[in-house]
Write a protein that binds this ligand. Sequence first.
Ligand code: FMN
Length: 247
Amino acid sequence: MDYYKEIFKRKSFHFFKERESISERELADLNEFMKGLVPLNPQIKTEIRIVREEETTCKRGGEYCILFFSEEKGEYLRNVGYIGEQVDLYLASKNIGALWYGIGKTEEKIEGLSFVIMISIAKMPEDKFRKDMFKAKRKPLSETWSGDTLGVGEIVRFTPSACNTQPWVAENIGDKLLIYRYKKPGKRGIMPADKVRYYNKIDMGIYLFMLEVCLKHENISFERELFEDNTDDSVEKTLIASYKIVR
Ligand SMILES: Cc1cc2nc3c(=O)[nH]c(=O)nc-3n(C[C@H](O)[C@H](O)[C@H](O)COP(=O)(O)O)c2cc1C
């Protein structure tokens, strides 16, 4: 699976117009693919279930919703973001459009696990996917990356995030890449602060996966170290990961 290529093609389908049907075969392939997802933390139990979109509160015209469940322990939100982005990119490779849908709810329950987030999906014509990623709206590179970009900074900034908040900052200090969850001081948007933190922790998992795909594409070897993210809202930058560049 060439994840890198799909970074340029993926986009959020906020509404699935002119959708086609996902075949039984494609669903079976998706289920097979999802058996091989790589978590950030294998100690955290997760499960994924696919239901029809009508069985959720999501009304975006998708055919199915992929529901992510997890044990609520450690950095489980980040972990779900990391595995979910593998699914998002896989779907793009199969011309299945996707929408990470944070506000969605489901009646579906799995004993011992909590529902975390869903991705709504539908088969879409190939020409509906992103044609020029560089036209997508994002913060300027200088706001989210400092130091040498390694050919990575200018791509990873297109990572998707809840409400396009892009809550990340990367600092390349030479032999290490430091990754922070960023929270603008004092800024209050339309979402309550605890919700923002919840989604942004998922976003950071998505970002870490994208970052690793880009590093591998540039043939940069690394050793990853993860840190717990339990600062309160007064903290602007929370260090969540460090990548030692191995030369
Ligand atoms: C964790 C997460 C939650 C999201 N929740 C919603 C949502 O509830 N509703 C929605 O319309 N879009 C949602 N999005 C989609 C984002 O708005 C979108 O990814 C972002 O604006 C970047 O655009 P792009 O995905 O087309 O590159 C979510 C994205 C992420 C990563």
